[in-house]
Design a protein around this ligand. Sequence first.
Ligand SMILES: NC(=O)c1ccc[n+]([C@@H]2O[C@H](COP(=O)([O-])OP(=O)(O)OC[C@H]3O[C@@H](n4cnc5c(N)ncnc54)[C@H](OP(=O)(O)O)[C@@H]3O)[C@@H](O)[C@H]2O)c1
Length: 183
Amino acid sequence: MIEIHGYAIVSDDDRIADPEGRMPEALRSEADWAYFQAELDRAAVTVLGRLGHEAHPNPRRRLRLVVSSSASGLERRADGWWWNPQGLDWEAAIRTVLPAGGRVAVPGGRRVFDLFLGIGYAAFHLSRAEGVRISGGVALFSACEGGASAEAVLARSGMAVAERRILDPQGPVSLAIWRRSNP
Ligand SMILES: NC(=O)c1ccc[n+]([C@@H]2O[C@H](COP(=O)([O-])OP(=O)(O)OC[C@H]3O[C@@H](n4cnc5c(N)ncnc54)[C@H](OP(=O)(O)O)[C@@H]3O)[C@@H](O)[C@H]2O)c1
């Protein structure tokens, strides 16, 4: 059994990065980082885009599956599994990576978030830096570029909010955990 969980921290206008594709200070939150790290510890594999993989060292040596057009299907490299969705479908890839099943953590970026919208999240952990706007920034989902809210995109994909929390009252940074209504 494979259970896919997405993780993002967004601004009020559903942006994950600035117009240059960098994560701005306004989206950095110690409380959110601690929550995210604890969640990664519960996952059997982390699936992330090549740029995110290259930008974030992996000191805890968690198992990674790096999405990249440079891979021919699925490849085992020294730093983890590399996967090209154009070369091998998800079911076949994850059967090889996690033959016994388990939880999959997906921390983006945008094209990876879009990819797993199609594959199907069991849960999406949506943190929000309240009061922050990033005009012209990179949207969480490409549908958000066209004006749809992150909430509308998740609801359209068959999910609903199961839990709300404040991660940091100072920010404030809030968290909404969306879950598939009919798993
Ligand atoms: N706020 C948040 O929660 C959050 C979350 C994630 C990222 N970010 C921020 O967003 C920025 C980076 O994200 P990003 O979207 O630019 O980069 P990214 O998703 O980490 O990496 C993009 C790369 O991943 C590969 N890729 C992604 N989808 C693919 C697909 N469907 N098929 C084949 N390859 C695919 C491609 O690699 P190749 O070029 O090798 O083909 C692409 O160039 C950073 O600033 C990061 O900190 C923020």
